[in-house]
Design a protein around this ligand. Sequence first.
Ligand code: NAD
Ligand code: TYD
Length: 342
Amino acid sequence: MNIIVTGGAGFIGCNFVYYELEKHPEDRIICLDKLTYAGNLKSLDEAMKSPSFRFVRGDICDRETVEKLFEEEHPDIVVNFAAESHVDRSVEDPGLFLRTNILGTQTLLDACRKYGIGRYHQVSTDEVYGDLPLDRPDLFFTEQTNIHTSSPYSASKAGADMLVLAYHRTFHVPVSITRCSNNYGPYHFPEKLIPLMITHALNDEKLPVYGNGENVRDWLYVEDHCAAIDLVMRRGREGEVYNVGGHNERTNLQVVKTVLKELNKPESLITFVKDRPGHDRRYAIDPSKIHSELGWLPATGFDEGMRRTVKWYLEHESWWKDILAGDYQDYYEHMYGNRGQA
Ligand code: NAD
Ligand code: TYD
């Protein structure tokens, strides 16, 4: 099969490229990525050596580029990871999120309609369900939970999901959607919580925790997410949504303390800073549908996943140091420079 992976130079996308090359060596993987600040060709160094892999630099919003790729590659599956993915950036520039996440999805869906496709798979997020209260540990997101978004990021992802389902109903495009909880693991861009805390702790810099650090996220090791997407895009039912998560809820403070413990660094590095506007309180996934229909279960628990992740950052210093040495510094100064203490 020919599989187009959009956004394959980003965090989850590149992990997925490696997962597919290893698990399905008979398939050909074509990565389409614009290489925004979040895309990193270095993350695909090993994939570039494989004859089953092709990298194309291009924008999913650019119809001509997308159509040319469909004409060249006749994809059987398109899996869309390409997105603006950071909530804090969406607060700064919502328009960019609408363009990439919604109009980019539409461009891909139009190409699927025009050229035909075996499956279009949309990589979505549990953030489309909004948040859950902190004092109701009995509540979880199911596929029936109402869409109720908080940030421009989650609103753009929800818009894209609606479009995907509309193209299925109206134009019979064979689609599927996965909505996953927070991922962590290798190649995670250091603006996100876990890699930011690892890289700061390694540099003995302050660890900025938003608000009181009691917000809860449901963490999944990235390889488990890749396995779930692989199963759904090949065997999941058309037109269906599958939630993905591994019941690994932690407060942000617990996560940060785990990082410090792994690195043997003092908790005095923690500093509480001004909260994120609209900050979602708790995410928690009920993954029973993907488990009962497709047999998916996460293979890596939180402690093991965190050990592996910290080890990866220790062993790949040049990967993240190059990022920290570039434009990212300006972003950090802009977002955190005047944030002050909580
Ligand atoms: P990321 O920001 O690390 O990577 C995004 C990739 O998309 C980058 O390589 C970037 O260059 C590329 N890209 C951006 N705009 C593009 C465009 N217009 N055309 C082509 N390529 C473009 O994101 P990630 O964390 O790997 O997330 C991947 C997907 O998974 C996103 O759709 C995100 O919403 C979803 N998701 C992420 C998480 C998480 O915890 N990171 C959880 C659930 C779902
Ligand atoms: P993040 O990694 O941005 O993912 P998301 O907002 O999509 O869940 O943030 C995870 C949690 O960590 C979220 O509750 C915000 C919090 N956070 C901090 O406390 N400090 C930080 O510097 C960052 C980036 C996030």
